[in-house]
Design a protein around this ligand. Structure first.
Ligand SMILES: C[S@@+](CC[C@H](N)C(=O)[O-])C[C@H]1O[C@@H](n2cnc3c(N)ncnc32)[C@H](O)[C@@H]1O
Length: 445
């Protein structure tokens, strides 16, 4: 709704102000209470908007415990500050200076906790997800759903915030990766001591034995004299994820052999897990259990009106072929890739136009399912990019007549009993992205 004109005019000064006074006071003075320090590296308008909403919605205690964009409140450091500081994420020595500076600049955004394990395409910014969970009004004990969880950013973040998460993805590799990252939050400090000394034998077992993951797991337990207790499974998942990660690196970079990549990636994973374990102990955080499933977002195995909040980012009908991308990892999980392809949104159809039509039908089903499982009065946030140029070519219509995907999902939401609360634009800064802007679309049931 538009602001009444007289209220708007009150904010416009009728006298010239002294520039020194205005500049010295700073912009944040008007946005936040005194004593609230926002996180360093905050550089985008949407981040400032999320920080502003957090400051208005959360109590002081909640800001200290769970806020995403504050490092200090009234001289008390926030949990987010502790989670993100300490030793920086260990990246290989030979990494390019561009990669090193990416990690430094994104210390508070992406590389913390277990989010830095495995570079999954299309992954959320964890800090942004944490803020969205907060502004959707979710509290410890509530349940959040990500029906297309990919690498598991939502479940990992929720688990640390005391919020139960249900994560679904049609790819068995995504389910495994998300599980490994959530499990890693529960591995106690020092549990991984001595592991790196065994990297050669672990590697040769993984590399030589038959390919299926269950066979790998049994062998791992036997060779390392471990029983199938839950902790051993968590450790296996972490190491196997490092192995899959190293396979990808070895294919992309010939600077090191596969086993050398495995060693340095395993070291990095161990550092990340030990770091979060120490922080959890210090802050008294017990990560909450997550339920992660291989499933179909168009037909969720979730009860009606049972979910307190939903966040997801769908694939696009033009962008990443997730199955093709993950083919070398998927061979450990599923033989029948064409069967998987049938449930992947954005992949079916021959021409781009046909793909787009099927995509719309699929998104209709996904949003209908979200509306079904969400409790009344709760929020569903969809993070979606615009690809007007590609759509205009595919549909053979002028660009200005293309309805952006952000608008399409709002219209579908309206038809499923959801209302549109707000859309926040966000620039996409990655080099290889065809999409330049995406939207954080907030709907309410
Ligand atoms: C943009 S990615 C999500 C990335 C995720 N937000 C993260 O932080 O890693 C979209 C995901 O949707 C999954 N997907 C595609 N079709 C699906 C379906 N029918 N049901 C569930 N997941 C699906 C893909 O496997 C992919 O992991």
């Amino acid at each position: 709704m538009a602001e009444p004109l007289n209220k708007f005019n009150e904010n416009i000064t009728s006298e010239t102000k002294n520039p020194t006074d205005v500049i010295q006071q700073g912009m944040y003075y008007n946005l936040f209470s005194e004593g609230m320090d926002i996180s360093p590296n905050l550089s985008e308008v949407y981040e400032l908007a999320l920080a502003y909403y957090e400051s208005k919605i959360l109590t002081k205690k909640e800001l200290i415990k769970n806020s995403a964009y504050f490092v200090k409140v009234d001289d008390e450091f926030t949990n987010h500050y502790f989670i993100c500081t300490g030793d920086p994420v260990k990246i290989p020595e030979y990494s390019s200076s561009r990669l090193k500076s990416f990690f430094i600049n994104n210390q508070f955004r992406t590389g913390y906790s277990t989010h830095g394990l495995f570079p999954y395409r299309g992954k959320f910014h964890p800090q942004m997800i944490k803020a969205i969970i907060n502004i959707m009004g979710l509290k410890p004990g509530n349940t959040i759903l990500d029906p297309m969880m990919g690498s598991g950013t939502v479940p990992v973040e929720a688990a640390l915030m005391g919020i139960k998460a249900i994560g679904v993805d049609s790819s068995p590799f995504c389910r495994f990766m998300a599980q490994a990252k959530c499990d890693a939050l529960k591995i106690k400090h020092k549990c991984l001591d001595g592991l790196i000394d065994k990297y050669e034998s672990i590697f040769s077992n993984f590399n030589s034995c038959p390919k299926k993951i269950n066979v790998q797991k049994d062998l791992f337990f036997k060779n390392n004299q471990l029983s199938e207790e839950s902790d051993s499974e968590k450790i296996f998942n972490l190491i196997f994820l490092a192995f899959l990660d190293s396979e990808g690196y070895a294919q992309r970079s010939k600077r090191k052999s596969h086993i050398e990549h495995f060693k340095s990636i395993l070291e990095r994973y161990i550092t990340a897990v030990n770091k979060i374990a120490v922080v959890e102990k210090h802050l008294n955080i017990t990560p909450v259990q997550t339920i992660l499933q291989q499933g179909d977002a168009r037909n969720l195995d979730v009860e009606n009106n049972s979910i307190d909040g939903i966040i997801f980012s769908p694939p696009y009908s033009f962008a990443i072929d997730y199955l093709k991308n993950d083919l070398s990892h998927l061979k450990y999980f599923e033989k029948n890739i064409s069967k998987l392809n049938k449930s992947m949104i954005g992949m079916r159809g021959k021409s781009l136009k046909e793909k787009y039509c099927i995509y719309l039908e699929d998104m209709d089903k996904v949003i209908s399912e979200c509306s079904r499982v969400l409790k009344k009065g709760r929020f569903c946030t969809i993070i979606i990019g615009t690809n007007d140029s590609q759509l205009s070519k595919a549909l053979k219509i002028p660009k200005e007549n293309v309805s952006g995907l952000n608008k399409v999902v709002i219209d579908i939401g309206l038809s499923k009993g959801l209302s549109h609360v707000r859309s926040l634009p966000r620039q996409i800064v990655g080099m290889a992205n065809t999409m330049r802007q995406e939207y954080i679309v907030i709907l309410k049931k």
